[in-house]
Design a protein. Structure first.
Lengths: 445, 433
């Protein structure tokens, strides 16, 4: 090995393979049966439970935990998957600390919620390890639905539609399914190829075909899909990344955090993956944390996340912020980029401290510079190439409560659609609910 | 510092905590460990005649668990000692010699004839033991041979054997009762009539802990079959307390010394048995679950509580709860309470609501923000909400003061005592004086 954490520039192999394997291991190792039994015992089986209300997919959490506690984890899995077909992934990536576990009455009582996320994983893993798919298709409806995007929203919609007896074709721009589950989430949250295994398992329902390498606007059009199918569901996510809009944004060494994460997730050998000695991540969301933590785990000497507002405004949860801090990531709040400096490649990033002014964020007048050989931009993503003829709302496809767009026969959900947080679990809920409405519409018509 | 010394029918021990006749007191090694740990006394595991019995070679215990696998109930099919009589006698003698200040009671079970009782009593007397306990309680195995609970279920036999024993030994005789009977007062009266110095109760409750759903065998399973065992542990404590109370307040047996047994797990349990009149308590399952060390908590807990209450000796509170055990017909019907939910303590689980709404009186309201409140117009003060609430003292029962109007009945709460015997709805009511 020639490079180390002290090697300048963006280089690969800063850490030996075994260290990397350890670093990128499961963030929350799975519960064994005994741990699950102990964790499940803590659930109070609340009436009209607050955790259910807090779950975007309304999983009957007390019921599935009771099913685990009584020795039927596969029944628990079915309870979960009935509401959320990607319950396995959500168990891994959901910010449970701001959803079900925040609402858990034992969080209120003792500051220690029931380990809902890990119990959900225990149940879904048990079922998936058996290779069972607990759902079957209804009688064929003779209808076909086109789904754009094989991410959480598209997969959830496709599965529910297939279950209802419709034939589904998913058009996916990438060579693999899964969307952000496959390309956009930190590796330590979904180890051992789980994203692909989950899709393989989901497709066992039958009636779903995935057409890869098909991007809307590039290879297919909404008009074409509307003509070919009885209904269309758009779940292609957000393809664009917001630019920093400061001088030097295009210098070598500056890249989008989503691209960095995607290369990492697709790398067969992490020792070949280059990372900077001094990495600066700009942004305050989950993508920023995922990029910062993984840079550190790859062996970067210094990783700094810079966010323009305070910790409370950060969309990454307190848990995520603490995770970053525990891995040695430094977080600077209340600072925004002014310029990227460097001769060709970035060498420093200049920031201005901010404060809340009357008309929004304003610079305090004080600036500082951080040394950087790699800059990762994570200040948000945007809808790219929105199909014409659909009304947009704050840059996203406008939908009503059931996912209907302003064009008849076209539904949308997930990050590309308005409404809801940009979370895997929210995307699943929107895909599922749109599928229900599509089914009702197709049967009604 | 409270004085825990106990004198139970002349049996002296430094504290009231004895190990019950059971596996923990089967041999010298265990009993020495128990005394080193601080136990006040033991009832040596039941001796019988030679040839000694044999035990099964498969599982002897079955269990019922609560949350986090906490052992709530234990069931056993072990018989009396399966070692030669002589071995036990020598060990009893050796241990008693080395621990003269501890209570050494020896449990006995021989056939229902006077000769074997006379024989074994003489042998036990030689050991220097303080007393004997007649095992009329064991509900499994030995009962099939006409001993144990087979005797304890027939008051006449109890009286007869107790009388033989009193006639054949100078040692105090304690009769251990089985709960597997409809009215515990009858065997207790029989023991009293037979001259027994005391009773101890309860022995174990006949039970099957579970059924294996793969093999369809009861548990514990011996080669695919199961036999009922004796149930003990925290789960049986309420049964034991009631039976102790029945004997303590019965006109014929009132004042008869009682050694309390049944689910004593903490100092608090022991204090409750003593408050119901017991002069000592016997422990088995708690020791089998956690080891002998628990007696330290029992001693420190009981001492601390007694100090707080100003009780200098056990006699200061022994039996204090007995006058408060009464028949339902004498309960004060003019006592009116309402549940009250402490909103600061409430964690909004809603279990009180589910329990009341689904299974009781629809007396708890639930708002959109999960505030749970008692509807006094509906609340009958049944206490179910208190019992299902996971937070201690979050829901309490508040007595309505005299003069207040109960919004459920529209009646003014009276300051007087009135019970069923004088209630107008009672066909046999007597006019109130």
């Amino acid at each position: 090995m020639v490079s180390s954490s002290h090697t300048d520039g963006i280089v690969a192999g800063r850490l030996p393979a075994d260290t990397l394997a350890e670093q990128f291991g499961d963030l929350h190792p799975p519960l064994d049966a005994h741990e699950a039994a102990v964790a499940a015992d803590r659930c109070y089986f609340c009436h009209d439970a607050p955790c259910i209300t807090a779950c975007p997919t309304d999983i009957d959490i007390p019921l599935f935990i009771r099913q685990i506690a009584t020795g039927t984890p596969t029944a628990a899995a079915k309870t979960i998957l009935t509401q959320n077909i990607l319950g396995g992934m959500c168990a891994r990536v959901c910010p449970t600390e701001t959803l079900c576990e925040e609402a858990c009455v034992r969080e209120t009582a003792e500051g220690k919620p029931v380990l809902i996320g890990q119990l959900q994983r225990f149940a879904t893993d048990t079922l998936m390890e058996r290779g069972e798919h607990p759902f079957t298709r209804a009688e064929p409806s003779g209808k076909s639905v086109g789904v754009v995007g094989a991410g959480p929203a598209g997969l959830a919609a496709a599965h529910r539609l297939a279950m209802k007896g419709h034939d589904v074709t998913i058009y996916e721009a990438h060579p693999k399914p899964g969307g952000l589950n496959e390309y956009g989430i930190a590796a330590y949250k979904t180890v051992d190829g789980f994203a692909q295994a989950e899709v393989d398992w989901l497709l066992k329902i039958g009636g779903i075909t995935i057409d890869y390498g098909k991007a809307l606007g590039r290879d297919i059009t909404l008009d074409g899909l509307a003509e070919k199918h009885d209904a269309v569901f758009l779940g292609m996510g957000l393809g664009g990344v917001n630019a920093l809009g400061v001088p030097g944004d295009d210098k070598d060494g500056a890249e989008d955090a989503v691209d960095f994460i995607a290369s990492l997730r697709q790398a067969d050998d992490l020792t070949t993956l280059p990372v900077g000695r001094r990495v600066v991540v700009i942004g305050g969301g989950m993508t920023a944390v995922d990029a910062a933590v993984q840079s550190k785990l790859l062996g970067a000497e210094e990783v700094t996340m810079v966010y323009r507002r305070g910790p409370d405004a950060m969309s990454a949860s307190k848990f995520e912020q603490d995770l970053a801090a525990s891995k040695g990531v430094r977080i600077i709040f209340n600072a925004q980029p002014v310029a990227l400096h460097g001769n060709g490649a970035v060498a420093e990033v200049e920031f201005a401290y901010t404060r809340a002014g009357e008309t929004g964020l304003e610079p305090t007048g004080e600036t500082f510079r951080l040394k950087a050989d790699q800059v990762l931009r994570a200040i948000g993503q945007s809808l790219e190439d929105a199909p014409e003829g659909l009304r947009l709302e704050r840059g996203k496809i406008a939908v009503d409560g059931t996912g209907r767009t302003t064009r008849a026969g076209v539904w949308a959900g997930g990050d590309c659609a308005s409404g809801g947080d940009d979370l895997t679990v929210t995307a699943v809920a929107e895909g599922r609910d749109a599928a229900e409405d599509i089914d009702a519409t197709l049967r009604g018509g | 510092m409270a004085d825990l010394r106990t004198d139970f029918v002349g049996i002296k021990s430094p504290n009231p905590f004895w190990l019950a006749s059971a596996p923990p007191t089967d041999k010298e090694y265990n009993v020495r460990r128990a005394f080193e740990a601080g136990w006040g006394g033991v009832v040596w595991k039941t001796l019988g005649l030679d040839p000694h019995v044999v035990n099964v070679n498969g599982p002897r215990y079955g269990a019922v668990w609560g949350a986090d696998r906490r052992l709530l109930g234990l069931n056993n099919i072990e018989l009396i000692t399966d070692r030669p009589l002589e071995t036990n006698l020598q060990e009893i003698k050796a241990v008693k010699r080395d621990y003269p200040d501890r209570a050494m009671v020896v449990s006995l079970m021989v056939p229902c004839e006077e000769a074997p009782w006379k024989f074994i009593l003489e042998r036990v007397e030689d050991t220097g033991a303080d007393a004997v306990e007649l095992n009329f309680g064991c509900p499994h195995g030995m009962s099939e041979r006409g001993m144990g609970s087979a005797v304890g279920q027939v008051p006449e036999y109890i009286e007869m054997v107790a009388r033989w024993c009193k006639a054949n030994t100078r040692m105090p005789v304690i009769v251990k009762l089985t709960p597997n009977i409809t009215d515990i007062r009858y065997p207790a009266r029989a023991a009293h009539a037979g001259g027994a110095d005391a009773v101890s109760l309860i022995n174990t409750v006949s039970s099957i802990t579970s059924v294996n759903l793969d093999t369809f065998s009861p548990e514990p399973s011996i080669d695919g079959k199961g036999s009922h065992g004796g149930y003990c542990g925290p789960a049986v404590k309420p049964i034991a307390l009631n039976m102790v109370a029945e004997i303590a307040r019965d006109a014929e047996t009132r004042g008869m010394p009682i050694s309390g047994i049944g689910g004593v797990t903490t100092w608090r349990d022991a204090a409750e048995f003593i408050a119901l009149g017991c002069g000592s308590v016997q422990v088995c399952t708690a020791a089998m679950t956690y080891g002998f060390k628990i007696v330290e908590e029992m001693i420190s807990g009981l001492s601390e509580w007694m100090d707080e209450k100003g009780y200098e000796s056990l006699a200061d509170f022994q039996g204090r709860a007995v006058p408060n055990v009464t028949d339902w017909q004498y309960l004060n019907l003019n006592y009116v309470a309402k549940a009250k939910i402490n909103q600061d303590l409430c964690i909004k689980c809603g279990r009180c609501y589910a329990a009341c709404e689904d299974t009781s009186h629809q007396a708890i309201s639930m708002s959109a923000d999960r505030t749970f409140e008692v509807i006094d117009e509906e609340c009958v003060a049944c206490n179910l909400c208190v019992n299902v609430c996971p937070v201690e003292d979050c829901i309490t029962m508040e007595e309505m003061p005299a003069g207040a109007t109960d919004p459920r009945t529209g009646r003014v709460v009276e300051d007087t005592y009135a019970n069923w015997t004088t209630h107008p709805n009672n066909p046999s009511a007597k006019a109130a004086e």
